[in-house]
Ligand binder design. Structure first.
Ligand SMILES: Nc1ncnc2c1ncn2[C@@H]1O[C@H](COP(=O)(O)OP(=O)(O)OP(=O)(O)O)[C@@H](O)[C@H]1O
Ligand SMILES: O=C(O)[C@H](O)[C@@H](O)[C@H](O)[C@H](O)CO
Length: 198
C-alpha cells in the first residue's frame, strides 16, 4: 500500500470495521508503534447516539453524519503530525465523508467472522454496545473498494500480531502481490484496493 510512498508516521490511519472487531485494542497499539496520537471513535458520538445504541437500535446515516464530521475534523487536524483514529466507517459513503475532510487518510479494515467477533463482544465487560447490534453492523458493512487507500487485516491472531501485520501492510514498498512466502493466508492480511497493491 502507500501508493504515494509516504511514511506511515505522518499519515492519519483510520482503523475501521464492525463493532467489537478490535479497533480500540489494535488502534492503540498502532499509535504506540507509530508514536502518534490515538483517538477513540466512541468519544466523538453525541450522547444521543450512545443512548440509541445502548437501547439496541442501530444508528442510521443521519445519526452518523455529525460523528463522522467530528472524526474527519480530528483527522484533518492531525494531517501534519499523523495519528490513528478508530471509526467503524462501515459504508463507502462514510469513508468518502471522512476523506472529504482529510483527503490522505489510509484505512486499516479489521476483519473477522461474526462468530468470533460475537464471542469477543460477549466477553467484553463495560461497553455500551450490545452484541445484538452485530448483525446490523455486518449488514451495513461495505468493505474497502479497489480505489480506496487501505489494507485489510484478519483479527484471528492476537492483538500484537494484528498490529504488526497492519504496520507491515502499511509500510511503503509492501509487496503489491502476495508472494509464495507471504500469502494473505500466511500473513493474515488481505490486501484490498489500489493502495494495498502499491
Ligand atoms: N486480536 C484480538 N484477539 C483477541 N481478542 C481481541 C483482539 N482484538 C480485540 N480483542 C478483544 O475483543 C474485544 C473487542 O475489542 P475492542 O473493544 O478493541 O473492539 P472495537 O472494535 O473497538 O469495539 P467497538 O467498535 O464496539 O468500540 C475486547 O474485549 C478486546 O480485548
Ligand atoms: O457506526 C456505528 O454503528 C457505530 O459507530 C458503532 O460502530 C459504534 O460506535 C461502536 O462500534 C460501538 O462501540
Amino acid at each position: 500500500m502507500n501508493t504515494a510512498g509516504e511514511s506511515t508516521q505522518s499519515q492519519v490511519v483510520v482503523v475501521m470495521g464492525v463493532a467489537g472487531t478490535g479497533k480500540t485494542t489494535v488502534g492503540r497499539l498502532l499509535a504506540e508503534d507509530l508514536d502518534v496520537p490515538y483517538a477513540e471513535a466512541d468519544a466523538f458520538h453525541p450522547p444521543a447516539n450512545v443512548a440509541k445504541m445502548s437501547a439496541g437500535t442501530p444508528l442510521d446515516d443521519a445519526d452518523r453524519a455529525p460523528w463522522l464530521d467530528a472524526i474527519g475534523a480530528w483527522a484533518h487536524g492531525h494531517a501534519d503530525r499523523g495519528g490513528v483514529v478508530s471509526c467503524s466507517a462501515l459504508k463507502r459513503a462514510y469513508r468518502d465523508r471522512l476523506r472529504a475532510a482529510a483527503p490522505h487518510l489510509v484505512f486499516v479494515h479489521l476483519t473477522g467472522d461474526r462468530a468470533l467477533i460475537g464471542r469477543r463482544m460477549a466477553e467484553r465487560a463495560d461497553h455500551f454496545m450490545p452484541v445484538a447490534l452485530l448483525d446490523s453492523q455486518f449488514a451495513t458493512l461495505e468493505p474497502l473498494q479497489a480505489d480506496e487507500r487501505g489494507v485489510s487485516v484478519s483479527v484471528a491472531p492476537g492483538p500484537r500480531a494484528v498490529a504488526r501485520r497492519a504496520l507491515a501492510a502499511l509500510r511503503p514498498g509492501h509487496a503489491p502481490v502476495p508472494s509464495p512466502v507471504a500469502t494473505p493466508e500466511a500473513t493474515g492480511e488481505a490486501p484490498t484496493g489500489a493502495a494495498s497493491h502499491a
